[in-house]
Every structure is written in C-alpha cells, then in structure tokens.
Design a binder for this molecule. Structure first.
Ligand code: SAH
Length: 345
C-alpha cells in the first residue's frame, strides 16, 4: 500500500481517512493540530496519541519532508532566502521578507515553471513537477521553525505558475487559513499569475478574499508577446476582461505587476498607453525594477526612468507603487539561488 501524503489532506479528508483506520472523529482534530498548528515533522512527536496509533500512522502515511540546503540572510534588512530540498531530490526557493507590519513568506508552487517568460530564471529549464499542498505549507512551516518568526502573510510569487497547479493551490489555500491550523486570513495572501485567463474565471467562482496579482509587464500585445509567451494564448483585452470580472465577482482590487526593463517597456508612451488601458479599473500597479538574470539580456531601467514612469501613471489616476528592493546584499533574485545550486552540482 502506498503511503498517504497527510500534510496535503483537507480536514474532511483527514477525518474520513482516520475513520477508515478505525479512529474516532475527534482524532482528526488532534492530528490536524499537530500537523498544522504545532507543525511537527514526524509522528513520534504527536505525544497525546498512543504509541500504537503513532505506529499505525507512520506505516500508512508520511509528513512531507523538507530540509534547508542553503540559507542566505541579509545583513541590511533581515530578509532570508532559503533553498529547500524536497522528496525526490527537487530543490525550490522561498523567501522570508520582514516588513514593519509583519513577516511575509514568498513560496514556490512548482519546481521550475513552464510559462517561459523571457526575463525569468525559474523557467529556463521548464517545469520539473507540481508541488503538493503539503509542500507549499511546509515552506512556511520550515521557515517559522528555522527563523523562530511568525508568518503573517504569504505571496505565491516564487517559482512556478500557481494557476497551472490549480487543485493543489486550492488545497493549500484551504489548509493555510483553516481555523485549526495556521489561520492565515485570505486577505493576507497574494496569488500571482502570468494571466491564465481560463483558470482566472474558475478562481473567481471560488469567491476567495485573496489578492490576485497579474503579471502584465507591458501596455500592449506587441510588447507583451516579445517577453511573455502566454500573450500568444490570451491577448490583453481578454486578460483585462477577466480582471474586471474578477473584481466584480470578488470585490477585490487587482494588483498589476510591471517589471521595468530598459528600452523594452519603460518609455513615456508605454506609461501613457498603460494608463489608458487600465482607466476606470479597481487596480493598483506595482512597478518592479527587473532583477538582472545573467542568462537573460534584459537590464533594469534606471531609477529616474522608474520614477518618471510611476509619475506618469499617477498623474492619470492609476494608483502606483515602486517595489522596494529587499535583501539586495544577498543578491538572489527570482530563481537564481536554485539555478546557482543546480549548476554547481
Ligand atoms: N508565475 C506567476 C508567479 C511567479 S513569478 C507570475 O508570473 O505571476 C512572480 C513575479 O516575479 C511575476 O510578476 C514575474 O513576472 C516576476 N519576475 C520574474 N522574473 C523576474 C525578474 N527577473 N525581475 C523582476 N521580476 C521578475
């Protein structure tokens, strides 16, 4: 019999499964709390369960293993970058970012990515596999264990396209805010997508209070197609229509991510065109100075250009912020830590 992935089980599934093993229904609450509140890494630590039951669980299930294989801590702002080793030898990256209002963890949803954005390091070798819900949770749990910090926000902005791993991401969102688990409010969670329109329509039907971030990175299809292959599947009009529908259904404001790349998407005309396209939408633009990826030819717009781009949007009533760069001394942007590690091997 194959062992079950217990950390990925929704509460009701766990309850049902324990019943099948002959356990009373209150057992689910005990086990769930050990897993998601106390965040134990093995069954032996579940000390209020009988030895016999712990043994039985050990034989029938496993708790997703995760181990730190590299860690970088910023001396400037305390940002921590982790490279984690998972089952089967996969490695992924996660980041702990410290803000005045709390700690946010950036997690990966896939090993690699198959979206092919030209400026991104995570996608250079395509996707290796989807992460399970338990593996998404365990990034947060391991960071809490390792750093001793409490996590109050999560962004699904590490490697991978969350909507390309839809079911597991939905399980994760359910588990992470469960009242008997970490209890993280959906309002403190941001899911970032490169714009998988079909899945965006599916997502809005779930009526979750999460923030949806959409990687736009261009004011029109012509430019978007040169940097994001997904633009060949869905044009901007379809994408923005889905964004408007999302806001209508959920009442939530959309965040548009826009990585500024020198002479690609950072001109005055680009800013004006973007403002026009977003006119009247309940949204927010987050300008990101693109991280240089050595395998990629794009370079960052200079800071004067970034400020001017922001000002042009703001003048046209588009709410805009420039993303603050955290952990610049540990210089490990989007997927680069993992790549560096893989190349060393
Ligand atoms: N696949 C999802 C989420 C992961 S990427 C998405 O595309 O949104 C998270 C964000 O980082 C996206 O906005 C992505 O476009 C951006 N990103 C990727 N590589 C980057 C780089 N080199 N510099 C700045 N932002 C980058």
């Amino acid at each position: 019999m194959e062992k079950r992935d217990i950390l990925s089980m929704r509460y009701e599934i766990l309850e049902k499964w324990l019943k099948e093993l002959g356990e009373p229904s209150f057992r689910a609450e005990q086990v769930f709390r050990w897993l998601h509140r106390k965040k134990v890494k093995n069954f032996a630590e579940m000390t209020n369960l009988s030895k016999a039951l712990r043994q039985k669980l050990e034989e029938a299930a496993y708790i997703t293993p995760i181990a730190v294989c590299k860690k970088l801590v910023s001396q400037e702002d305390g940002t921590r970058k982790y490279l984690f080793a998972l089952e089967g030898g996969s490695v992924i990256e996660s980041v702990l970012m410290k803000y005045e209002y709390g700690n946010t963890v950036c997690i990966s949803t896939q090993v690699g990515c198959r979206m092919g954005c030209r400026f991104c390091a995570s996608t250079l070798e395509g996707v290796e596999r989807n992460l399970t819900a338990g593996e998404m949770l365990s990034q947060i749990y391991e960071i809490e264990r390792e750093s001793g910090e409490r996590v109050s926000g999560v962004v699904l902005m590490g490697s991978g396209e969350p909507l390309d791993n839809y079911e597991n991401v939905m399980d994760f969102l359910e588990l992470v805010h469960h009242e008997k688990g970490l209890q993280l409010g959906h309002r403190h969670i941001t899911l970032s997508t490169c714009g998988l329109v079909e899945q965006m329509y599916r997502l809005m039907e779930e009526k979750l209070q999460i923030t949806l971030a959409v990687s736009l990175h261009a004011p029109n299809d012509a430019i978007r197609k040169t940097i994001m292959p997904i633009a060949n599947r869905y044009n901007m009009e379809e994408l923005l229509r889905a964004c408007r529908a999302y806001t209508e259904k959920t009442g939530r404001r959309i965040t548009f991510e826009y990585a500024l790349m020198k002479s690609v998407n950072d001109s005055d005309d680009c800013a004006k065109e973007l403002a026009e396209r977003l006119h009247g939408m309940l949204c927010h633009v987050n300008l990101i100075p693109v991280n240089d990826v050595k395998e990629r030819s794009f370079s960052r717009s200079d800071s004067e250009r970034i400020k001017r781009f922001a000002a042009l949007l703001q003048k046209r009533s588009v709410e805009t912020t420039i993303r603050r760069k955290l952990g610049s001394d540990i210089d490990a942007a989007c997927g680069q830590l993992r790549r560096g590690y893989l190349q060393q091997e």
